[in-house]
Design a binder for this molecule. Structure first.
Ligand SMILES: [Zn+2]
Ligand SMILES: [Zn+2]
Length: 91
């Protein structure tokens, strides 16, 4: 009986973009696959993101995910407030 599967030696392994080792996951900003050594954890408010060293190095004036989320929530609150005002005014 020869029922052995093919062992994928160097097959679909995602490699780190910076050093070539097997990647741990994608960067939260630029989606580049990086390993644990080439990524840093950065906390933007409530959540923690793993970003690559390239993004971490030039990450002074980059857009922050939590900031856009805050703006998004603010927009919803404004819309609800405007709706409430409209309902009161129509009465
Ligand atoms: Zn790496
Ligand atoms: Zn990145």
């Amino acid at each position: 009986m020869t029922g052995q599967l093919l062992t994928a030696g160097d097959g679909p392994v995602v490699r780190c973009r910076l050093c070539g080792r097997p990647a741990a996951g994608p960067c939260a900003r630029c989606r580049v696959s990086v390993c644990g050594d080439c990524s840093v954890l950065t906390d933007g408010g409530a959540t923690t993101f793993a970003i690559c060293l390239t993004c971490a190095r030039g990450g002074t004036s980059l857009d922050r995910p939590w900031l856009s989320l805050l703006a998004w929530l603010g927009g919803i609150v404004l819309a609800i407030a405007a709706l409430a005002v409209a309902i009161v005014a129509l009465r």
